[in-house]
Ligand binder design. Structure first.
Ligand code: SAM
Length: 291
């Protein structure tokens, strides 16, 4: 591998304009989303790439070993946990330059708290192209587990993917209280299982309703998946009792219960009303068709 590892995006941002058309074969190292855990939630594109891979660099314990066994038994497997860019980039770049099929496998979707771009930019600096193959993020697995929608007519109009303050995020950058205060946002907290009590205490200090629904979904889609449902006022005790400190998604908001929604326009009278007799198919408001 030639060149130094440099993912400095301030001074030397790579051109991100896509040079391909839909349907083209992509060149380079795919950054594949493994999905939330259940191997069947891997995309078909991701599975095909893993089946062809010679080297799979995976994201440790959040990638289900069953998935690795099912699709990568012929490949060299490297766990990225504990390795820095100085180790990972030459490992992937050298293998790619030797003509091996390399896959970088992230949990969920690589674009959500995946730190994928810094690796891709570092690869770009040594002339190794890369691209994303999306996956099912854990918030979507959690909403399926809860049998609810993250957006729900008249209950939740927005979704926030967020994380609590800590080593990475300062107090000022923690917006959980603001999202909850908006009232119609479903707040999905990643990387916050260890901090449920602190997070809920801050929400109570900020005057939020202690009865606001909260769910903590541990290992969504895994065989040992578990769901704890409560409220801002009592969820911390319940999570501590269960003993979870990692690998859970914290969901706050009325959508957690799936209750109190209004029927959508799509399946109501609205779809057929008006003298023009417009229907869901010919409405000029296309987003209505997904409600
Ligand atoms: C480094 S982030 C990676 C997120 C991942 N890229 C995604 O899209 O789900 C790790 C956090 O994701 C959440 N997480 C990942 N897999 C999960 C699962 N199966 N069930 C619940 N939460 C999960 C947890 O909050 C965990 O702390």
């Amino acid at each position: 591998m030639t060149g130094s590892i440099d993912a400095d995006t301030d001074t030397d941002t790579p051109d991100r304009t896509p040079e391909y058309s839909p349907g083209d074969d992509r060149r380079g190292i795919p950054f594949v989303g493994a999905g939330p855990g259940d191997p069947r939630l891997l995309t078909v594109a991701g599975r095909e790439l893993l089946e062809d891979a010679d080297l799979v660099v995976h994201a440790g314990s959040l990638v289900n070993s069953e998935l690795l066994e099912a699709y990568c038994d012929h490949a060299e497997l490297v766990n990225s946990v504990g390795k820095d860019l100085e180790e990972l980039i030459p490992l992937m770049a050298d293998a790619y330059e030797d003509g091996r099929n390399v896959v970088r496998l992230h949990s969920g979707d690589p674009a959500i708290y995946g730190a994928a771009l810094e690796q891709m930019d570092a690869l770009e600096h040594v002339d190794v192209p890369s691209y994303f193959v999306p996956g099912v993020t854990s918030a979507f697995a959690a909403s399926a587990t809860l049998r609810t929608q993250l957006t729900l007519n008249e209950v939740a109009n927005h979704v926030a993917f967020t994380r609590p303050q800590g080593k990475t995020l300062s107090e000022d950058e923690d917006h959980i209280s603001e999202f909850v205060g908006m009232g119609d946002v479903t707040t999905c907290i990643y990387l916050g299982t260890h901090a449920v009590r602190e997070t809920m205490d801050r929400l109570l200090e900020d005057g939020h309703d202690p009865e606001t629904p909260v769910a903590v979904v541990y290992h969504a889609s895994w065989p040992d998946e578990d769901v704890i449902v409560g409220s801002i006022g009592d969820i911390a005790d319940r999570v501590e009792e269960a003993g979870y400190r990692a690998s859970a998604l914290v969901v706050i908001g009325d959508a957690v219960t799936g209750a109190g929604y209004e029927r959508s326009y799509l399946y109501g009278d609205w779809a057929n009303r008006g003298s023009s007799g417009r229907s869901a198919e010919n409405t000029s408001e296309p987003e209505a068709s997904d409600d």
